[in-house]
Write a protein that binds this ligand. Structure first.
Ligand code: NDP
Length: 305
């Protein structure tokens, strides 16, 4: 293996420690405690796990965590009334509605209802627009985590060729905007891209955000390139044996075939333990930033990009 491993778990811990330091300072110097409100609709088991772990980490860094659990069949009006209340609550600096929501609710309308200043997920069109136009945006958490890892590993990204595979509003587009802001030459690839392996072979930086298990293989990679694997895919792992109910055990893999890519790349993020832990760390960072901005205070160093 030639590639060094970019340890997102360790770097995320340093980001959370910086958040905790800033939170302690806000409390000591200004008597302010940042607060993050998370809204969960329904009882999707995976979402419950995410919400619980976000709540635990929020408390761990010294912030207030407010969890709101709504019934599966909650009306849009009732959900919007709660979001309005959180928008107007000075103790709440960040609001996150856990997606996916049940089919009768519209994610786009929900995001639009959140005040852009409290949109710590960075999904509101105002924040997307600010990012695209070079303004002071709330940057969505996973793209922000990718950029932090790249800067930490490479230092300056200026002049590098970057290929982002995926063009979602959640990951692909904001990652591309951030890379452009750091003066990369950026190509955004997607399902209609011709000769994708050839396009990827030009890249000094590859960000894979596709949702297809182990799609990017070593022969697509320019020797020495830095590879950021955003994908989270569950695949069958017969080598791990069966569960008690006889079903095959599963394991997590990224969009990158780790074994073959690690033979060629200069550096690579693992799955799990790469981009994933950075996402929650950046959510906490955005909440403390939103709190500082709401109170007209200096923004925390090293927690914005
Ligand atoms: P989307 O499904 O919204 O977008 C996937 C993108 O990949 C689309 O732009 C699509 O192109 C493109 N694509 C699909 N198939 C191909 C292909 N064969 N070749 C090239 N491009 C292709 O996914 P997300 O952006 O929301 O998420 C991407 C991955 O990242 C998922 O695995 C998700 O689980 C993971 N993720 C991880 C997070 C983390 O914290 N680590 C957070 C968020 C997501 P087109 O537009 O043409 O359809």
């Amino acid at each position: 293996m030639t590639a060094s491993i970019i340890d997102g778990k360790a770097f995320a811990a340093t980001v959370r420690a910086k958040v905790a330091t800033h939170v302690a300072r806000l409390k000591a110097d200004h008597g302010i405690t940042p607060g993050l409100a998370v809204v969960l609709v329904g009882e999707d088991p995976a979402s419950q796990v995410y919400v619980r772990s976000k709540g635990e980490m929020t408390v761990e860094v010294g912030m207030n965590s407010y969890e709101h659990k709504l019934d599966m069949d909650v009306t849009e009006d009732a959900l919007f009334a709660l979001i309005d209340k959180l928008n107007n609550d000075p103790a709440v600096h960040g609001i996150l509605v856990q997606f996916p929501v049940p089919a009768h609710l519209d994610e786009g309308r929900i995001v639009a209802k959140i005040s852009p200043e409290k949109d710590v997920d960075g999904l509101h069109v105002v924040n997307a627009g600010l990012l695209a136009s070079g303004g002071k945006a709330m940057v969505s958490c996973t793209p922000m985590g990718c950029l932090m890892l790249l800067r930490e590993h490479l230092g300056s990204l200026s002049g590098l060729n970057a290929v982002v595979i995926g063009r979602s509003n959640l990951v692909g587009k904001p990652v591309a905007q951030l890379l452009l802001r750091d003066s990369c030459t950026v190509t955004i690839a997607h399902s209609r891209t011709r000769d994708l392996p050839d396009v990827v072979r030009q890249a000094d930086i590859v960000v894979a955000a596709v949702g297809r298990a182990e799609m990017v293989t070593g022969d697509w990679i320019k020797p020495g390139a830095t590879v950021i694997d955003v994908g989270i895919n569950r695949i069958e792992a017969p080598e791990r044996g069966n569960n008690a109910d006889g079903s095959v055990k599963m394991r997590l893999v990224g969009d990158v075939d780790f074994a073959s890519v690690a033979e060629v790349a200069g550096a690579i993020t693992p799955v799990p333990g790469g981009v994933g832990p950075m996402t929650i760390a950046c959510l906490l960072a955005n909440t403390v930033t939103a709190c500082s901005r709401a109170n007209g205070l200096i923004e925390p160093k090293g927690l914005t990009i």
